[in-house]
Every structure is written in C-alpha cells, then in structure tokens.
Design a protein around this ligand. Structure first.
Ligand code: TYD
Ligand code: MG
Length: 459
C-alpha cells in the first residue's frame, strides 16, 4: 500500500501548500488551490521512466562527455509529411524531442497526429497511444480518411508505466500520446488530469524521450481562455509547444508555435479542415486577401511577418460619426493601445482629427497581427474610410509609425517587398529606409514614405 498524504496544490503554477488558502502566493491567481493526495515516495514519475528504461538498448546513460565529441552523425530530424507542420517544428521532428500539441476540443489535434503517423509509418517505426478514443474509433477515422495504416502500431492505454514499457519493447522512432490529461503514473493516487498526475506523466515521458532518443508528441487540453491546461511546468519541460487553433473562419486551422528549442517561434502553419481530414494551405496569403474586383474605402492589404515568412493580410477600418459623447475605438486582430496611439499621432502630426468619430479596425480572416508593420496600413485605411476614398487596387503597405510622426523601417523589408510583388501587387507603400536602392522596377511602383504627412499624398 503506497503511503499518501494530503497537500494543497495551485493548478496554475503547481506551487504546494500545507493548508488551503484563497490566493496563491507564487502566481497570484485566486481560487486555484485545491486538495491533492500525493505519494510520499519521491519522484514516482522518474521511477516509472527509470523502470521502463532499464533494458532500452538505445538509452544513453548518464556520464560526462566532451560537447564536441557528442555524436551528430545520426539523422536528427524526421519529416512529418506535412511541410507546414515541419516548418512550425523548425524543420522537422527532432529525434528525442518532446512536442506538446494544444488546442480546443475539435480543433483537429487527433486528426493531425493520426495523419502524421500514417505518413511517418511509411519509412519509420511509430507507436500511437490513444487514451481518449477506442481502437475502433481511431481505426474508423483512419479508414474514412483513406490513410495507409499497414505499419501504424497502436495501443489504447492510459498508464505511463505501461506505455514506457511498451515503447521500450516496440522501439518506435516516434511515440504519440493522446492525451496527457488522461494518463496516470503508478504510485500517485490523485485522479488523471490533476496537477500531480499531469506533471509526473509529462516528466516520465520527457525522461523517456531524452534517454531513448524517441520523439514524443503529447496532446494537451486548453482552458477556456486558450492557454494550456495543467501546471506551467508542462510547458517548461517540453522542447516544443504548439497550439492548433480554429480562427474566425471555421474551415481553416492555424498551427502556432509558442516555444521551440530547435527553431523560430511565432511560426504558423495553415491547414484547411476538409472531409478528407487536414490539408495544408501552401499559400496562406491567398486565403486572407480579398480578391474582389471593386475596392471599397477603408480596406488595404498589408504584409506582416509570421515566424520566418511574410504573410499578406487585409486590414479594414471603419470611421463613422459617433452618436455618443465617448466615441468607440475597437480593434480586432491588432493592438487596441496602438490604435489609440496612432489616432493621436495622426491628429498631432498630420492634422487629421477623428475625435468625434467611432473607429473600428479588423484584420480579415481572424489573423492576429502582432508586428508593428501594421501602423502605416492602419493609418491609410483610417484616412481612406474617413475621406470615403478607396485606395487603388493592387496597393499594399507596411511600416511602423513613431510618436514624432516619423515612419520607421521594419525588419525583413526586402522579403516583404518580394512577397508582395510575387502576389501581384504593383503599388507598394514602404518606409523610406526599407525602399530598395536600385531603380529597376519592372512595372512596380514603390512609394517610399518618411513621415505620416506623406501618407496624404498617396490618395
Ligand atoms: P479531432 O481531431 O477529433 O479533434 P481534437 O482531437 O482536437 O479534439 O477533430 C474533430 C473535428 O474535426 C470535428 O469537429 C470534425 C472535424 N473533422 C472534419 O471536418 N473532417 C475530418 O475528416 C475529420 C477526421 C474531422
Ligand atoms: Mg482528440
């Protein structure tokens, strides 16, 4: 009989207390502390991994090495079969890496992993462990998606000890665990999904991955506000944390990287959810742009930067006379505070006052633009809506606006210009310092701007 005692654990940060209290001292969250029963034997999870690892042929034991002598000749990255997924992971699945995939229920986490496993199984050994669905449900989905599952090894299991033992015997290159919230470790009495179970399960799988060189994918649930459920330590212990989210347009899913020890963060991959499962969208700019023939006032295309590549999106602004003494300023997809700042800059430096107007800003397609390059297009869209004069079709802009009314360059200017031209834009409004020095234009008009007052001449 395992010895247990009762402690109080914060579900947000995992801090432990001997008595209940309303507010966690560590993270400041209120109402997150609840009673948990724990095994008094230390590190049940570590023991589970150690038990399973004894006997794994490929395990690298502890010891001191020269960093320069560590063997790098082994192939270190596998391709998931989806180039979008590979890019989000930083160029493929790193051997021995632990990847956490979060997302709302129904986002398509299980579908994405099942499709990935089916493609990987053509050349590599894979093991798919399902804790949420039965074997029949997974098989049914695979057959409906016409996946080649001849080499896909699968198990329905929720015990981490058994999973590690099975993986040790099976020696797969990639292990999928769907999901970490239903797993449990022997020796911990609390229910699956509780802080201690999730922490120990994730810890055991991470140790297993590092020692054996098996790449592990864990599915994680998200809470109401879209952050990963469970203790923060879950995100600390994994190498890579990605979120699969459905935007405003339910047909599309974006895979967003939040943490990556082996590549760039803020990388996104776009997929469309079809009746044949997830399909990659190779040219996401095309779906976020409005291809209508007529141009309306207040709408403009812009080039933002996501991870390692440019993304073209459409920005819309609506300026309308306010019926209230306090005009509304609302921004969806861009920073609300930046909008207030830009309105002040326009007023002070371009003599353009919207003090008695409601202002609404929206980025089409539910994209979130976190890059300051949206400043110039935002100013132009506001001016266009206010003056009710459309901006010419084929115009695109990017650039940052400073508090003194100057237009500042942004990173990756050349790449942004290149992508805009590739997508067929012929009139580019860019910061002066980002404008190319060469005069060759091939029918493309590049308009360099230095101050917000220059933007008025664009119309
Ligand atoms: P699922 O992978 O089960 O989501 P998660 O594991 O993230 O909870 O995806 C289920 C959703 O995907 C469901 O809403 C239906 C949709 N879907 C399709 O539209 N087409 C398909 O071919 C599949 C398999 C799922
Ligand atoms: Mg699922």
């Amino acid at each position: 009989m395992a010895k247990t005692k009762s402690i109080y654990v914060c579900s947000a940060c995992g801090a432990k207390y001997s008595r209940w209290q309303g507010i966690c001292y560590e993270c400041g969250e209120a109402g997150t502390i609840s009673e948990t029963l724990v095994d008094t034997a230390p590190n049940a999870g570590a023991k589970a991994a150690a038990r399973a690892l004894s006997g794994f042929a490929g395990a690298t034991g502890s010891g001191i090495y020269n960093l320069s002598n560590v063997d790098l000749t082994k192939k270190t990255r596998l391709s998931s079969g989806f180039s979008e997924f590979d890019r989000v992971l930083g160029g493929g699945i790193v051997c021995g890496a632990v990847v956490l995939i979060g997302g709302n229920p129904g986002a398509g986490k299980s579908t994405l992993l099942l499709q990935t496993v089916a493609k990987l199984s053509e050349n590599h050994k894979v093991l798919y462990v399902t804790g949420e669905e039965s074997l029949q449900q997974v098989a049914l989905r695979a057959s409906r998606l016409h996946l080649n599952t001849a080499n896909v090894r699968i198990a329905a299991e929720t015990s981490i000890d058994n999973i590690c033992a099975m993986a040790t015997a099976e020696k797969p290159e990639v292990l999928i665990v769907d999901s970490i919230q239903v797993m449990h470790v022997t020796g911990i009495e609390s229910a699956p999904g509780s802080v201690s179970q999730v922490r120990e399960s994730a810890g055991a799988l991470t140790q297993f991955a590092k020692r054996s060189g098996v790449s592990v994918f864990m599915v994680g649930h998200v809470t109401k506000d879209g952050t990963l459920a469970g203790p923060k330590i879950l995100e600390h212990c994994v190498d890579c944390s990605v979120i699969l989210e459905a935007g405003n347009d339910v047909r599309y899913r974006t895979l967003r990287c939040q943490k990556n020890r082996f590549g760039a963060v803020n990388e996104i991959g776009v997929f469309s959810m079809t009746d044949q499962g997830l399909k990659e969208v190779k040219n996401p700019s095309a779906i976020f742009l409005n291809r209508q023939e007529t141009v309306a006032p207040g709408s403009l295309a812009m080039v933002t930067w996501e991870g390692t590549r440019p993304l073209l999106v459409e920005l819309q602004a609506l300026v309308d006379i306010s019926l209230f003494s306090n005009p509304r300023r609302l921004s969806l997809g861009t920073d609300q505070n930046r909008l207030s700042m830009l309105l002040s800059v326009l007023h002070r430096h371009a003599d353009f006052s919207l003090g008695d107007q409601d202002v609404f800003v929206n980025v089409v397609g539910g994209v979130k633009v976190e890059d300051t390059s949206s400043d110039v297009p935002l100013c132009l869209a506001l001016m266009s809506s206010f003056r009710n004069s459309p901006i010419d079709k084929g115009t695109i802009a990017f650039g940052e606006v400073g508090l003194t009314g100057e237009i500042r360059p942004v990173a990756y200017g050349q790449e942004r210009i290149g992508e805009a031209i590739k997508q067929g834009f012929r009139r580019l409004i860019v910061p002066y310092d980002n404008a190319p020095r060469s005069k060759s234009n091939n029918g493309v008009q590049i308009i360099p701007v230095r101050r917000v007052t220059d933007l008025i001449n664009v119309f």
